[in-house]
Design a protein around this ligand. Structure first.
Ligand code: FAD
Length: 413
């Protein structure tokens, strides 16, 4: 394991940092003002154009082929770049690195036919459209994906879809043109082979965006969250992604990258939170001394640093493992970071909020959103408990017993 950045990776990191400092960060206040008025930021297209011209495009796709636009980086090379993007919730979109589109692109790269790629993947790679992934349903415990109940019934050359989905990130975006929807195609099959994934264009009759959802009062302006109903939605069989019964496989191919990218960005966000704590506490005094001089505050900052460095190493190892072994062999590592990083983000954001006092909960800082984001990541893409169960199951049982353990002193039973 060698986590030193390669010369190539360092060069891209420097390029991205410069672009972020000169082109993205100076527009942050304008971006906030636009979304507060319910408008799209008018400079996004220009920024994307510049980023793409600089090669800072589609950086989160390790399987990018030579004829696809952008720069192919390994997961490990991408990790520090994603951290920079994570400092602002909207920055990933500038580089076409935003969720849920990137995991959807990865699913399409791996599972789509060449016709599907031309129709659905290519426009995503070019940022000409947006997408969503629809698995979760209000009526069933969706952390157990075998519960997903939306029906997809074969009828001639079509599938007819009926069901309801909610908390679908990106589905309420005005430019979202299609969803990858998971549903039951064969209720009689084995529990993990009942489901399939189908590409459903948003404009298909019967697809209805019921409402836009918020999470803990926060709006996702980059990929607005939607609740949808599917009422006799008819899509051609050719829209099936992968084979019938392979819904779990498709979902898992996109979930690994979705999880690790969220973690990488969260680590960058924590770097910003530590900086905010440092500056704020050094600028204010209470009871005769600067807030930063209090042991408690120093300890919060130091503990945040310890936890952040641990999380980063774990994320790097996961990225490295994905690069070396692929999705199938990196599941344990993905679960480890999926539990560790959101919990770390939640703790660091909570400390930052305390350091900031009342301001920490206001819209003037990103702290309450960071806290909400950390909380969300403990549920979304699989709740903590599901990952912890997975981690426990992979824990090997030692071959010795307590009575004969060489690590324990002799005792009579
Ligand atoms: C902001 C946001 C965005 C989202 N975006 C998407 C999206 O784009 N697409 C999509 O399909 N879904 C999305 N989701 C949904 C998310 O993936 C689900 O909420 C999650 O999988 C949990 O499903 P559930 O809400 O049905 O909870 P349930 O399945 O009802 O689980 C509730 C709780 O039960 C407990 N539990 C479950 N299993 C176990 C276990 N094995 N052991 C112990 N306890 C357990 C856990 O505490 C869990 O939190 C999003 C959610 C949020 C909040």
């Amino acid at each position: 394991m060698d986590f030193d950045l390669s010369g190539r990776s360092e060069a891209w990191l420097e390029k991205l940092q410069t672009f972020f400092d000169h082109e993205v960060l100076p527009r942050h206040r304008a971006w906030l003002a636009h979304v507060a008025r319910g408008e799209a930021a008018p400079f996004m297209g220009d920024l994307q154009h510049k980023a793409r011209a600089a090669g800072l495009w589609n950086l989160g796709l390790p399987e990018l082929s030579d004829d696809e636009p952008g720069t192919r980086l390994s997961n490990l090379e991408y990790a520090p770049l994603a951290e920079i993007m994570g400092r602002l919730f909207w920055a990933p979109e500038v580089f076409n690195c935003q969720a849920p589109d990137v995991p959807n692109m990865i699913a399409l790269q791996n599972c789509a036919t060449s016709e599907q790629k031309a129709r659905w993947l290519q426009p995503l790679l070019e940022a000409k459209t947006r997408s969503a992934f629809g698995m979760t349903e209000p009526d069933v415990a969706s952390s157990d994906a075998t519960n997903i109940a939306t029906r997809m019934v074969r009828d001639g050359d079509d599938y007819v879809i009926n069901g309801r989905k909610w908390f679908i990130t990106g589905a309420a975006h005005p430019r979202c043109s299609f969803l990858i929807v998971m549903g039951v195609t064969d209720s009689g099959a084995d529990r993990t082979s009942r489901h399939s994934c189908i590409i459903v264009p948003m404009e298909t009759p019967g697809v209805r965006l019921v409402r836009r959802l918020r999470w803990m009062g926060c709006e996702d302006h980059v990929a607005p969250i939607g609740e949808l109903t599917f009422d006799n939605v008819r899509v051609p069989r050719a829209n099936l992604l992968g084979a019938e019964g392979e819904g779990f496989k498709v979902a898992q191919i996109r979930l690994g990258p979705a999880r690790i990218h969220h973690c990488m960005r969260s680590i960058g966000l924590c770097e910003l939170l530590i900086e905010l704590m440092m500056v704020r506490s050094s600028e204010r005094s209470a009871f005769g001394r600067a807030v930063i001089q209090y042991d408690t505050v120093q300890r919060w900052i130091a503990e945040s640093r310890v936890e952040l460095e641990q999380a980063r190493l774990l994320a790097y190892r996961c990225a490295w493992r994905l690069d070396q072994a692929g999705h199938q062999d990196a599941w344990r590592d993905v679960s480890l970071i999926k539990v560790a990083v959101p919990a770390m983000l939640q703790r660091v954001a909570d400390r930052a909020m305390q350091v900031f006092g009342a301001m920490g909960g206001s819209d003037d800082t990103p702290i309450h959103q960071a806290l909400a984001w950390g909380r969300l990541l403990r549920i979304g893409d699989g709740p903590d408990e599901v990952h912890l169960r997975q981690i426990f199951r992979m824990e090997p049982m030692p071959s010795w017993s307590i009575a004969d353990s060489p690590y324990l002193s002799a005792h009579s039973s």
